[in-house]
Design a binder for this molecule. Structure first.
Ligand SMILES: C[S@@+](CC[C@H](N)C(=O)[O-])C[C@H]1O[C@@H](n2cnc3c(N)ncnc32)[C@H](O)[C@@H]1O
Length: 280
């Protein structure tokens, strides 16, 4: 790609990505050019008429080759934006998703002081909640050691490290105390649905973050069984769900003695969050 303008390189890269079946090739070609040139994406237009320096062209070519085999953009640039903050990500944690912002909005719609995040992953949920509520403290747990390290790094990056306790735990196993808010975005894809996922997800995100290896409700059964022992009276439980799981998850929570059940849709109108309370 050397010896050509940034604009021409982007056009060629877009064509390569389109041929590889990448869903939004022009956007990705632009983001990756910004990353190769070490500039903000908003400045790409400014360098469009300029010739690309050979080292930038070479970096860009490598990035486009990797994107063409469906490595996610976030893994190539090592970060992803979530609720207005930039999180470090890698192939070892789930990429924070925009639909998870629905859970953040719901959590922030009422007061809380002490929050537990089950399956903390990159830390997107816990770190965001602590950053938005400067008086709150929190515990984040994950079965994956790599996720715990990533969440700790993001907690430090966003200056909530002193208020965030992050530890390895199989759901509630290493959790002590009670919380006025428990949140979770657990793995909720059924094993039978895994083959239908986009290559970016199926091949590049950790299986532990995606599926319970069964019907997709396994994590909710653990959460329903444990929540009453870890919520304060009147405390809230908020979980993200797949769009078809609202009824099944609500039933599990009701059967566990939780009340005040509510389902909140995401911005696309799909069921996305189930809320429940421990009776006072
Ligand atoms: C869908 S990801 C969510 C990550 C992050 N909270 C987010 O919303 O971006 C689910 C997380 O649950 C973790 N997990 C899976 N099984 C677990 C278990 N038995 N105990 C604790 N965490 C678990 C995975 O490692 C993964 O980080």
């Amino acid at each position: 790609m050397s010896g050509q303008t940034a604009a021409k390189a982007m056009v060629a890269a877009t064509a390569r990505l389109r041929a590889a079946g990448v869903p939004d090739p022009a956007r990705d070609a632009r983001l990756l050019l910004a990353h190769a040139a070490r500039i903000e994406a908003s400045r790409v237009t400014l360098i469009a008429p300029e010739d690309l320096a050979p080292e930038i062209a070479e970096r860009y070519d490598q990035l486009i080759s990797l994107r063409a085999i469906r490595v996610p953009v976030s893994h190539l640039v090592g970060e992803r934006d979530f609720y207005g903050r930039r999180f470090k990500v890698s192939g070892e944690v789930l990429d924070p998703r925009p639909e998870t912002e629905t859970l953040i909005e719901a959590a922030l719609s009422a007061p809380f002081d002490h929050v537990l995040d089950l399956g903390v992953g990159s830390g997107a949920i816990l770190v965001t909640l602590l950053a938005e509520r400067p008086s709150a403290t929190g515990l984040g747990v994950d079965l994956s050691e790599a996720a715990c390290l990533q969440a700790s790094a993001n907690a430090v990056l966003h200056r909530v490290g002193a208020r965030a306790d992050i530890r390895r735990s199989d759901w509630f196993e290493a959790v002590e105390g009670r919380f006025d808010l428990i949140v979770s975005n657990p793995p909720y894809i059924a094993l039978s649905e895994m083959d239908a996922l986009a290559p970016e997800v199926r091949q590049h995100e950790p299986e532990l973050a995606l599926t319970d290896g069964g019907d997709g409700l396994g994590a909710y059964r653990h959460i329903a069984a444990g929540a009453p022992d870890y919520l304060l009276p009147g405390g809230r439980l908020l979980v993200e769900i797949g769009p078809t799981q609202a009824q099944a998850v609500s039933r599990l929570f009701q059967a566990a003695g939780l009340s005040g059940l509510r389902v909140i849709p995401d911005l696309d109108g799909r069921d996305r969050v189930v809320v429940a309370y421990l009776p006072r």
